[in-house]
Ligand binder design. Structure first.
Ligand SMILES: Cc1cc2nc3c(=O)[nH]c(=O)nc-3n(C[C@H](O)[C@H](O)[C@H](O)COP(=O)(O)OP(=O)(O)OC[C@H]3O[C@@H](n4cnc5c(N)ncnc54)[C@H](O)[C@@H]3O)c2cc1C
Length: 456
């Protein structure tokens, strides 16, 4: 899907590019349901499938649907670490491993250095020299603290120099004690498939040596703003699953994302969309020859032609990777005002450069994955900027958004419930114009809002 078609302000169809033959196609309907997933691949590297993208939601945003809480991105603590600059995908090791695996780094910097240089292995470090930092910092929850807490704690140790792989950006997840306590058979019954997967990818056997893990982008809690009927601010446009912002708010910590996709799609939308459709079914079928379809298709074709005509010197992937570096550095696990301002500037520069220097190989009206990527990266550049803008606005630490200025002396998150207890819903105001922020206050009538505590 490359664009949404509005007729009299209502969603009436989409313009799509057929991925197999490159043809631009029109689809008309009485309503449009978007189920296009999250925008985690803005960071280039993530646990998402390579084809995941934010383009469909982004086009709807540009047609008037509000985009809510874009800065809330979940970082999963249990991924196989990045091994170099030629990588295009990150692999998630299951959360379940933290049930029995213990997370640690060396206590001594000199031992971390030896690990980084490949001079020793994790198993050679004696018990008394291991820092089980989650158990130390969060005695009540230990290795089972939520994802954001575990991720930040890993970053803190690695930033302090205690990382255990060649890049210094990894911590150990160790099953030595679990094997001793439960036996290899029980551990294999629980995690055997994951051990196999880890060994296939890294050539290290987790029975013998601790696994290495590091946090990675995994899930985006932000998305198109929807009401209780799952309708966006555009009449007749619905968004479900990870594409919308609902349910998880800033926190995708305990609830199931997949369940949200299912609940939205199976249990909620079938009941709520009928209300809208009831009045629409009296209307004739949407005519895809209408001038609105004509105009939307023309705009899509012009965008494609523009991309193909640039014939610059840099590949689409090179731009995407550069965006990913900016996002991870300044809009990643820890954010601050200066960094976010810099990110916005850098992304704007990169976007300008993209539109004057990108090289898209191949032809237009045929199967062309480079063109597919180019269209998506053009959108990722804009999504990244909105994420940074939203993070800059939210001067508090909350769920999947950690502002360095807002932390306790012990490095824990500090919320600001007085000033930020709202959903930030952004309205597109035009190219090169600042989007407008709308605030939807959060009212808690039954739940008592409290600061999270995993220490005691
Ligand atoms: C490795 C991994 C492990 C996970 N583990 C868990 C877990 O254990 N528990 C849990 O609750 N959640 C988990 N999640 C998250 C969960 O899987 C996702 O949030 C959920 O699948 C999202 O469902 P969805 O239907 O909204 O979107 P998706 O499943 O992402 O589907 C989106 C679909 O839209 C299509 N699409 C995208 N853009 C366009 C476009 N422009 N035009 C047309 N089609 C488009 C895509 O091709 C795709 O088919 C995991 C995610 C990953 C990546």
């Amino acid at each position: 899907m490359l664009d949404l078609v509005l007729i009299n302000g209502e969603a009436k169809g989409i313009i799509a590019r057929n991925l197999t033959n490159g043809k631009i196609e029109r689809f008309g309907a009485h309503a449009v349901v978007l189920a296009s997933g999250g925008y985690g691949n803005t960071y280039f590297l993530s646990t998402n499938a390579m084809n995941s993208n934010g383009s469909a939601a982004w086009q709807c945003y540009k047609k008037g649907a509000f985009f809510a809480n874009p800065c809330f991105a979940q970082i999963h603590p249990t991924c196989i670490p990045i091994h170099g600059d030629q990588q295009s995908k990150l692999t998630l090791m299951s959360e379940s491993l933290r049930n029995d695996g213990r997370i640690w780094v060396p206590k001594k910097l000199e031992e971390a250095k030896k690990l980084q240089e490949g001079k020793i292995k994790g198993s050679q470090i004696p018990e008394e020299d291991r820092d089980y930092y989650l158990e130390r910092r969060y005695p009540a929850f230990g290795n089972l603290v939520p994802r954001d807490v575990a991720s930040r704690a890993a970053k803190e140790r690695c930033d302090a120099g205690y990382g255990v792989n060649n890049t210094g950006k990894a911590v150990f997840l160790d099953f030595k004690d679990a094997i001793k306590r439960l036996g290899k058979e029980v551990v294999d019954a629980r995690y055997g498939n994951l051990f196999d997967m880890y060994k296939e990818i890294t050539d290290v056997d987790p029975h013998e040596e601790p696994m290495m893990i590091y946090p990675a982008i995994h899930y985006t809690m932000g998305g198109l703003w929807v009401d209780y009927n799952l309708m966006t601010t555009i009449p007749g446009l619905y968004a479900i699953g990870e594409a919308n912002f609902s349910d998880h708010g800033g926190n995708r910590l305990g609830a199931s994302a997949l369940m949200q996709g299912l609940a939205d799609g199976y249990f909620i939308l079938p009941y709520t969309i009928g209300d809208y459709l009831a009045s629409k079914f009296k209307e004739p079928k949407t005519d895809t020859n209408a001038p609105e379809f004509e105009a939307a298709e023309k705009a899509v074709q012009e965008k494609i032609d523009k991309l193909m005509s640039i014939k610059g010197k840099k590949t689409v992937d090179a731009f995407h990777k550069e965006l990913g570096h900016i996002m991870w550095e300044y809009v990643g696990m820890a954010r601050n005002k200066a960094g976010l301002e810099k990110a916005i500037e850098l992304i704007q520069e990169l976007k300008k450069n993209f539109w004057s220097n990108v090289y898209v190989a191949g032809e237009t009206g045929v199967f062309n994955q480079e063109l597919e990527k180019a269209l998506r990266v053009a959108d990722f550049l804009e999504i990244g900027e909105l994420m940074a803008r939203d993070a800059l606005n939210r001067n508090e630490s909350c769920g999947g958004h950690f502002r360095e200025e807002m932390q306790t002396e012990e490095g824990e998150t500090k919320r600001d419930d007085v000033n930020y207890m709202y959903v930030a819903a952004w309205e597109y105001k035009g190219a090169d114009k600042q989007p407008e922020l709308h605030k939807e206050p959060l009212k808690f009538e039954f739940a008592h809002v409290a600061t999270r505590n995993y220490k005691d």
